[in-house]
Design a protein. Structure first.
Lengths: 328, 75
């Protein structure tokens, strides 16, 4: 059975897509770190074929910095299967960094750009389509929580995935540490060795210590971090060229923020809002509501309860207990 | 004097020329998020106490603590 991994930055909608595809109910939240381990489940694609989908924790790049990222990075390395890379339409430039790393490692990747809204503006979708067509990657733009979009997406899974054309792979090869690469070749097969060369350039000591049998002292001596900045610059400049239109709206800046978060007015506005809530709860609307509740409890519930009790209990103190003590 | 993200004026564009190596893991994370050499960056807002700043980089907004933002040298 084919396996697909759900990979992407934290909080982009991986677990939401997993729930839509497999009809399960995993825990979803608005903050970082909700999914902590991998979860597998079977789902059916249009022509009846069954497929295994794996949900992973969020990842910013293939070198992990926390325990859950380590889980995801190790899973990606150990299982050579197709990848569904989920991106957020509002932060696409940042999310594509991971996509570039995955494509450099020769993985088969399809992008799912999550609009996070029911109806996204057509201009925005067209802009993103132009950028992704320039990049030459298979993609699908839709909402991860809507079932119709997800069903359309499963049809795309049957097609062959495209590969990005890079213009900087030659420059990366110049940064390789040739001595270390020879010892890597002795310990790993050719596919994994290619992956390990870039891990060595980026200074990923954890990976080299875990998966290659090189001596730890040699790793600590020979891995330095000078090449990390160069390789990151190559990738980020490649992405900057793609997104070079100056009319990009920045997500998060709104006109209301300029009023509510203004330097001089924000604290007075905060106190005005708190005062309004207090006033409404205790004096105008809230007082009317609590008066209604009081008359309801006293007249309707209290009277009926007391008459019910009087019908079969004649001891006066029990009646008084209910009438005076509890209801009033 | 060298300027870093905590000490520059608001709403002016500057260019990053270096990230200090005080904490290597943070440096790696900042590089992956888009804080590379030559990128233009702007500080939009500061918190009341002055501990946090809101920065515009590339095509998005990110908020950083001053202890992290002081690692980014600008000119």
């Amino acid at each position: 059975m084919e396996k697909y991994l759900l990979v992407g930055n934290p909080n982009t909608g991986k677990t939401t897509l997993f729930n839509s595809l497999t009809k399960s109910n995993e825990h979803v939240g608005n903050w970082h770190g909700v999914t902590v381990s991998e979860k597998e489940k079977i789902c059916k694609i249009k022509n009846g074929k069954e497929v295994l989908i794996v949900d992973l924790p969020g990842l910013y790049s293939l070198t992990p910095l926390s325990f859950e990222e380590e889980v995801a990075a190790d899973y990606i390395y150990e299982n050579n299967c197709k990848i569904i890379n989920i991106c957020d339409i509002n932060n696409l430039q940042r999310n594509l960094y991971l996509t570039l790393q995955l494509m450099e490692a020769n993985k088969e990747v399809i992008l799912f750009v999550n609009t996070m809204k029911k109806n996204e503006k057509k201009e925005k979708i067209n802009k993103i389509e132009n950028i992704l067509n320039k990049l030459n990657v298979s993609f699908f733009i839709g909402n991860a929580s809507s079932k119709s979009d997800v069903i359309k997406f499963t049809e795309e899974l049957n097609k062959k995935f495209k590969k990005i054309k890079f213009n900087y792979t030659e420059k990366i090869k110049k940064l390789y540490n040739l001595e270390l690469n020879k010892t890597i070749d002795e310990n790993l097969n050719s596919n994994n060795a290619q992956y390990a060369y870039t891990r060595a350039v980026e200074g990923d000591k954890l990976f080299l210590k875990k998966y290659t049998k090189i001596n730890e002292k040699i790793i600590d001596k020979k891995i330095n971090y000078t090449n990390l900045e160069k390789i990151v610059n190559l990738r980020q400049e490649f992405l900057k060229e793609l997104f070079s239109e100056k009319n990009n709206e920045i997500y998060g800046k709104s006109k209301i923020d300029n009023i509510l978060l203004n330097k001089y007015f924000c604290i007075p506005i905060f106190f005005i809002i708190i005062f309004l809530i207090f006033y409404l709860t205790f004096f105008s609307f809230g007082a009317w509501l609590s008066g209604l509740v009081r008359t309801f409890v006293q007249d309707v519930v209290g009277a009926s309860l007391v008459s019910f009790l009087k019908s079969f209990v004649s001891v006066p103190w029990i009646i008084d207990l209910f009438e005076v003590g509890i209801i009033q | 004097m060298e300027k870093n993200l905590c000490t520059i004026c608001l709403n002016k564009e500057y260019k990053i020329f270096k990230i200090k190596e005080t904490n290597f893991q943070l440096k790696r994370r900042l590089l992956e998020l888009g804080f590379f050499c030559g990128e233009s960056v702007k500080v939009i807002r500061k918190s009341l106490i002055g501990n946090t700043i809101l920065v515009e980089i590339g095509s998005y907004l990110i908020s950083l603590r001053c202890s992290v933002a002081s690692m980014v040298m600008v000119e």
